[in-house]
Design a binder for this molecule. Structure first.
Ligand code: ZN
Length: 353
């Protein structure tokens, strides 16, 4: 009996030290926009597209599991503002290979290599190589494989390694564990850790685009990325993705790139129709959120950014947009849930504190 109780005590101690949520510490989910810039342009210090999803309980500030979705310019800077280091990320997921969603990855991997070459490796979850009908391929695998090449060529990797032999000779790419999947029209499980499950679905924007859903005991979130309808040009029922709608059934939070109708080809911005039509519009996202029963809609990657005169080279008809312009656009859909018009580091926590 005594032996048994010692063993039980040991098991309990191990379980608690592993950070598992206890019955008293309620599970929680926190979703933070690490960057809200739309496209490769720069405006007012905004970071490039990305979303951090954290799950845990009160004892670890919802931080037992940390998942980054996309990593645009300045992701590391935003993560540092909320006390998250590259070494603490459990996995990173890419929706697609556009630079505004990926250019912060080199920074994350370089710092992880510099300080944490002993591991663990970082899971990088993304589509398998995707052939574009235009005659080229989009390759997450090659992007990751070559992420440190410029620093290998410059001598940086060799120089830093001469100071610390534990740094991996192959540079930051050696610290990445690519988990590639073939996106299709049904949700598929692409990553899990304990009770946290991430599934993905194919969506339209560029070849290989995927949207993700995270399910946890505290709640769930869909990261749509830049998804748009498979029917690229009007006439069409909606600008949003039917696959994202399937993925988002009953979800708590939707995080999605959003364009404002003011940039449309029927107005005077001059933005090329193709670039406009391959994104989802704010009113249609409100309608989608209403149909799937979401409680929160977080607009991010705003096209155009609030307060800007121009979206890239294209002038905003009628002048800069405000938060109210985006809010009114969503409310025109009759979505009655919580609307967050995204700014960097905007966060939703479930349950609310
Ligand atoms: Zn984008």
């Amino acid at each position: 009996m005594k032996k048994f109780s010692i063993a039980l005590t040991l098991v309990c101690a191990l379980w608690i030290s592993a950070g598992a949520p206890t019955a008293r510490a309620a599970p929680c989910l926190a979703v933070t926009l690490t960057g809200t810039q739309s496209g490769p342009q720069l405006f007012n210090g905004q970071a490039g597209a990305g979303t951090l999803v954290r799950f845990g309980d009160d004892s670890n500030d919802c931080g037992a599991v940390k998942l980054q979705f996309d990593a645009g310019r300045g992701t590391n800077m935003r993560l540092s503002q909320i006390g998250v280091r590259p070494a603490q990320l459990n996995a990173i997921f890419f929706t697609h290979m556009h630079s505004d969603h990926t250019e912060g990855f080199a920074d994350i991997m370089q710092l992880r290599w510099n300080n944490n070459s002993k591991g663990p490796k970082l899971d990088v979850v993304c589509s398998v190589d995707a052939a574009s009908p235009l005659g080229f391929a989009l390759s997450c695998g090659k992007f990751v494989l070559h992420i440190g090449d410029a620093f290998i060529q410059s001598g940086e990797i060799a120089q830093r390694r001469s100071e610390d032999k534990e740094r991996l000779a192959g540079g930051p790419a050696e610290l990445a564990n690519v988990l590639a999947f073939t996106p299709n029209d049904e949700p598929q499980l692409v990553w899990s850790s304990g009770a946290v499950k991430v599934s993905a679905i194919r969506s339209n924007h560029v070849a290989g685009h995927a949207s993700y859903r995270v399910d946890t005991p505290a709640g769930s979130v869909v990261i749509g990325g830049d998804a748009g309808s498979d029917v690229v040009t009007p006439p069409r029922v909606t600008s949003t993705s039917a696959q994202v709608e399937k993925l988002a059934q009953g979800v708590d939070i939707i995080v999605h790139s959003a364009f404002h109708p003011i940039m449309g080809p029927d107005k005077t911005s001059g933005m090329p129709a193709l670039l406009f039509y391959r994104q989802s519009l704010a009113p249609d996202l409100g309608a989608l959120a209403k149909r799937v029963g979401a409680k929160h809609l977080m607009l991010t990657h705003l096209g155009p950014s609030m307060g800007t005169e121009r979206h890239g080279p294209w002038k905003i008809p009628g002048g800069p947009l405000t938060q109210a312009d985006y809010r009114n656009a969503v409310e025109s859909s009759a979505f009655a849930g919580n609307i967050v018009v995204g700014t960097d580091l905007a966060t939703i926590r479930i349950p609310a504190k």
